[in-house]
Design a protein around this ligand. Sequence first.
Ligand SMILES: [Fe+2]
Length: 236
Amino acid sequence: MPDLPNPETPAEASALRLMDCPNWVYLLREFDALYRYGSAGGSPAIRSHRKRVRDRLSAVLAANPAMVDRSRETKPVVAHFARALDLGERAAMQGMARALREVKDDLTWEYGYEKVPKALAQKYAYCEVLGPRGPVQGTTLTLGFVLFAPNTTYPQHSHHDIEESYISVSGAWSENNAAVFAPGSLILNTSGHEHRITTGDRDPCLLAYAWAGPAERLATPDMKLTAPRRARGAGA
Ligand SMILES: [Fe+2]
């Protein structure tokens, strides 16, 4: 639970609690505002997802958990991060982009897969802000950002027992070739829903995401890409 000290946490990691780190608090408050005041567009499923996210986030803020010291890590796509933030600061999600800029030197960029397709390794990475591994500890909610280079295809995949929402911060992207999303748009992927993302060809794309699910699933999300395996099997 977020309010229980982790017995394995070394003294230096538990010295700071969330409320000692205003930049992380303000970033989480940007998430809270998005999921509290944005529209569900008339969708009952999106309305209940939004409520789940903000209830779980409120519980974390109230618990004021100890911060987890995560090592800073970068990935090749981070070369596009400054541009993504700049575009974000000019558009509907400027508050989120500015709050994210204030923690940019403390982010842990990851792939989340043991085997990342070569092309994707250059063009994609994500960083968690809140989740089982920190830096802000939460158990049933993960919040973070995913960054894509221009002209990227993120292959087809789904999430078991996790409902996922993306909110565009900057750039243009499409899911399953079905629509184009602009800054401020929200899309919900329910458990098991297969999805594939493509991004516009001029600018990077930065999305905020939320995962709501059972604690054991968020701790080991078991992310799997569907399409590349099929493609390799077909000799592509
Ligand atoms: Fe996904």
